[in-house]
Ligand binder design. Sequence first.
Ligand SMILES: [Zn+2]
Length: 168
Amino acid sequence: MGMFDTIILSQPMLCECGKMEIKNFQVKCFDNLLFEYRIGDFVTSPFYTGVIEEDYYCNHCKKKVPIWIVVKNSLLYGVYDSLEKAEAESRTPLERMEIMDFYYPYFLKYHQLKGSRIALINSIKEYISYLEKTKENPEYRPRFSNFDFKGLDTIEALKMILEQGEGE
Ligand SMILES: [Zn+2]
């Protein structure tokens, strides 16, 4: 069993037979670290810019069908069902505004992750403070809290914190 990377297509492509949707396919052209790539991702690849041929298996055609990947400045730019389309796309330089379009979802994701990391740290701090204060005074109840730790053991309290984190 080889280790491959996978390209996931947020907009599935149709096989040339028109009978099978390609939602993802495995590629061997990058570093084969079991990574999942989407269009707009930077790839860890020896290819700086260019067209790469890969293939996928179509259950309807019962064969491997070629597919072409365009990488520009190490950015996974697009996936095409013809070499001509891929080559034409690869010849146009990466525009500044295009880079912004690729970048923007990452910017949003970054802020979301930063926010949920801070929320998780604050929840753990809140629990530590609760444990310290109830050690001194078993009757202690926080005035403001996102959690009600009363009566919970450590495992239950941590599970509650994790559940809230996953909901964000
Ligand atoms: Zn097919």
